[in-house]
Design a protein around this ligand. Structure first.
Ligand code: SF4
Length: 84
């Protein structure tokens, strides 16, 4: 019973947050960004229902290295005017 409860909790965590959150360059740069676009990406992908569709994850799986920190989860690039 205890095992089942723990397993349930771990699954819940996995469902609500990307497992690469701590290592992801995009997330590190933009987790506390004021720009609404970046915040929406994080809510939708990194901590949201579309995390498994993230193009950054697909890039990493395909090439074995992470993409530019400026690549957004939908595969487009962060506007140069808000690079930081
Ligand atoms: S941008 Fe993609 S790889 Fe990075 S934390 Fe968000 S969902 Fe995960």
């Amino acid at each position: 019973m205890v095992w089942k409860f723990r397993n349930f909790c771990e699954n819940e965590t996995a469902m609500t947050e990307c497992h690469l959150l701590e290592k992801c360059g995009f997330f590190k740069h933009y987790a506390s960004a004021k720009e609404i676009d970046c915040r929406q990406f994080i809510e939708t992908y990194c901590r949201g229902p579309r995390m498994h569709e993230c193009k950054r994850l697909q890039y990493l799986n395909q090439y074995g290295v992470p993409p530019s920190d400026y690549m957004q989860p939908d595969g487009t690039m962060v506007k140069e005017s808000i690079h930081h």
